[in-house]
Design a protein around this ligand. Structure first.
Ligand code: ADP
Ligand code: MG
Length: 255
């Protein structure tokens, strides 16, 4: 099957620092990929390039056969690539439900003016958005908190809410930046189940950055390993686990 996403020799240079020296990947639709590596390896920078937050210094990103290098984040989101952030970016003062409704509007923005004039179409649209948002909250297991302030949720649930929010944008490719960070082992394993389910139900492609090797090894079908801005290994989970370079550079270290 042709890849849904390809990165070719992507380089990201900041003044005086090359955060990503050379990143290439090829993601086939409907699979879960892992991206691992020590802190500062360049993983988040890769997601920033793939989601349009950063324009690569050089290299190319192809999504669904189209060159999307340097395309703005909201346009990339419209095409179906959505991401979560390592540091959560929720609207803490808004309700859980409102956070997801906002997520859904990446997909089909409707004119604010329609809302102001309170036209019938606005009510219809609002109901549709609410129903859809509730459905995503249910999938992620946070619907009972729909009317709570997002900032009041325990951290692990805020991470789940962030995934509900990006699901509302009808994604095709999810880029998840450390979704299990701050979760206890049970919460992490529950998250694994949810990620597996949303992947299947929506036939999603997922690129997952995660430090929790149990999460990575239980979910990922193929893994990229980065160290100091470069992919030092890639392969099937069992190949990665037994690769001496990876063990030396990453797995052997106490986290
Ligand atoms: N916007 C930026 N400006 C300057 N340096 C950055 C920026 N973003 C990341 N870096 C640097 O790039 C390197 C890789 O960072 P990052 O991609 O966040 O690593 P990881 O996610 O693997 O921990 C780090 O040295 C980091 O300090
Ligand atoms: Mg990071």
């Amino acid at each position: 099957m042709p890849p849904i996403l390809e990165a070719k020799d992507c380089v990201m240079r900041f003044s005086g620092l090359t955060a990503v020296k050379n990143f290439s990947c090829s993601l086939e639709p409907g699979h879960i990929y892992g991206l691992i590596g020590t802190n500062g390896a360049g993983k988040t920078t890769v997601i920033n390039m793939l989601s349009g937050v950063l324009r690569p210094t050089s290299g190319e990103i192809i999504f669904d056969g189209k060159n999307i290098t340097g395309v703005k984040p909201h346009k990339i989101a419209h095409l179906g690539i959505v991401r979560t952030y390592q540091n959560l970016r929720l609207f803490n003062k808004m309700t859980v439900l409102e956070n997801v409704i906002i997520g859904a509007q990446i997909e089909k923005p409707y004119h604010l003016v329609t809302g102001i004039l309170q036209l019938p179409r606005y009510h219809e649209k609002e109901k549709e958005l609410r129903d859809k948002a509730m459905e995503k909250l249910e999938i992620m297991g946070v619907s009972e908190y729909a009317n709570a302030q997002a900032g009041s949720l325990p951290y692990g649930l805020q991470r789940r809410l962030e995934i509900a929010r990006i699901l509302a944008a009808n994604p095709r490719l999810l880029l998840l930046d450390e979704p299990a960070a701050g979760m206890n082992p049970q919460e992490s394993m529950d998250l694994v189940e949810v990620i597996r389910r949303i992947q299947k139900d929506n036939h999603l492609t997922i690129l997952l950055i995660e430090h929790d090797m149990k999460v990575i090894m239980s979910l990922c079908e193929y893994i990229y390993v980065m160290a100091t801005g470069e992919v030092i290994a890639e392969g099937l989970p069992e190949e990665i686990r037994s690769n001496p370079h990876v063990v030396a550079a990453y797995l052997g270290r106490a986290e």
